[in-house]
Design a protein around this ligand. Structure first.
Ligand code: UD1
Length: 417
């Protein structure tokens, strides 16, 4: 199996282009299920997760075109089988995003329960609760959710916690429901807004995207549309964190600077100089970073998907940083791997206290999840000698051309067997 070999010690310099957002592309692909007309997408990242979602949709009878140059066309003229099996859902939890659209379009859906995952329990009770409020009958049998509703009805749903895919699932379902749905305590993540924009282009009536309350007026059908997927703010943040750790000067193009506020704030606190353009971000880091403390929170707070990369930064920063994870209960697996590189991290419950060391040393490490892998790459870029990262299929799920982009910035990074 492929591994990633990173030789540390070089600053990063040059320009890199940000890809389309994985977490926006996945729900948007599912939106194709809501109409029999074609959905033409642009800026779709070439990622394993996108391929998995396309495969899942194709299994249901969606015509999926060939992906080229970020373009991907989908057409769900007829849906053969509104089913997402365990084999797919266990490899990618976001598969659960087909539940709402399938139920709204077909009147029934059978979707595997995702089960546990490396970063925590991650139940889908809020998705279920919302669809039930909209009139769906949902039973769980043999590990599957069986959902039925002749036609979903608009309802007022208050979610118990902010859930990104939960909000997306219910928003998609509501676009074809009878009457108006109000979603309270909705996620405000930019990816939710991007999905809402795509749905609006398809003719949906949605108000309040980007706020805590979404109001969706159901339609009897939606049309096709053309939509450009937003830039990936987590990929953007990952490269910014890499430069803050390794030093240097890098310009990221094709980015959405207004979506990375919390990350940029922390980077400035760490000592980086940052200049925001309309769709570009320039970062310059001279000297050693200062440790930063942070607490993850729903958007616009500090993203849990950036926590691991900042832990890597704190590992070599001057001073001590305290990192508190509030979204997922078990999202510190990377800390143990970072310790193998010589990091000084003490974990107490959901808080990690990271004392910066002068130098990390390269070692063999194991990626445990997508963003954990990214943190090991950031650490590898500054560690002395070679870092060999195993299980990099996690990285391929969410970073398009990671080693090509980093090599172009001067990093010594390659894939080995
Ligand atoms: C999405 C992102 C993921 C990111 C996460 C938090 C996608 C494809 N994935 O995941 O990268 O890390 O948001 O920003 O967009 N919860 C429940 N019941 C539910 C739903 C969620 O208890 O029905 C809990 C979860 O266990 C977690 C918290 O709510 O503790 C937030 O999870 P959620 O926002 O749903 O994460 P995802 O949408 O799965």
């Amino acid at each position: 199996m492929d591994k990633l070999l990173v030789t540390g010690g070089r600053p990063l310099a040059g320009e890199a282009r940000v890809s389309g957002a994985k977490n926006a592309a996945l729900p948007i692909l599912c939106a194709a299920l809501l109409t029999e007309k074609p959905l033409a997408l642009e800026n779709v990242p070439r990622l394993m997760d996108v391929r998995t979602m396309a495969k899942l949709l194709a299994q249901m009878g969606v015509e999926v075109g060939a992906q080229s140059d970020g373009r991907l066309e989908l057409r769900a003229k007829g849906i053969r089988e509104p089913v997402a099996g365990y084999e797919m859902v266990k490899t990618m939890r976001a598969s659960v995003l087909v539940l709402g659209p399938l139920l709204a379009r077909c009147g029934r859906a059978r979707v595997s329960l995702p089960g546990g995952c490396a970063i925590g329990a991650r139940p889908v009770d809020q998705h279920v609760k919302g669809l039930q409020a909209m009139g769906a009958e949902i039973t769980v049998e043999h590990g599957y959710m069986n959902a039925e509703a002749k036609r979903l009805r608009g309802a007022r749903v208050t979610m118990d916690m902010v859930t990104v895919t939960g909000t997306e699932n219910l928003m998609m379902a509501a676009t074809l429901a009878e009457g108006t749905t109000v979603l309270e305590n909705a996620a405000r993540e930019p990816e939710v807004v991007d999905l809402a924009n795509c749905l609006k282009a398809m003719g949906a009536k949605i108000e309040g995207a980007g706020t805590e309350v979404l109001r969706i007026e159901g339609m009897s059908s939606l049309s096709g549309a053309r939509h450009r997927v937003m830039p990936d703010r987590i990929e953007t943040g990952t490269y910014l964190a890499a430069v803050a750790a390794a030093g240097g000067k890098v310009r990221l193009t094709g980015a959405a600077p207004d979506t990375v506020g919390a990350t940029v704030e922390k980077l400035v606190e760490a000592g980086a100089r940052i200049a925001l353009g309309a769709d570009s971000i320039e970062i310059e880091m001279a000297g050693r970073a200062r440790a930063v403390s942070l607490t993850t929170a729903p958007y616009p707070g500090f993203a849990t998907d950036m926590q691991a990369q900042f832990m890597a930064l704190d590992c070599i920063a001057a001073g001590t940083g305290t990192i508190t994870e509030t979204i997922f209960e078990n999202r510190f697996m990377h800390a143990l791997e970072l310790q193998r590189l010589g990091a000084d991290i003490a974990i107490q419950g959901n808080t990690a206290v990271v004392r910066g060391v002068e130098q990390l040393q390269g070692a063999s490490v194991m990626a445990t999840d997508l963003r954990a892998s990214a943190s090991l790459v950031v650490a590898g870029l500054v560690a002395q000698g070679e870092t060999l990262i195993d299980r990099i299929y996690h990285l391929d799920r969410g970073y398009e051309g990671l080693e090509q982009k980093l090599s172009a910035l001067g990093a010594r990074i390659s894939r080995v067997r």
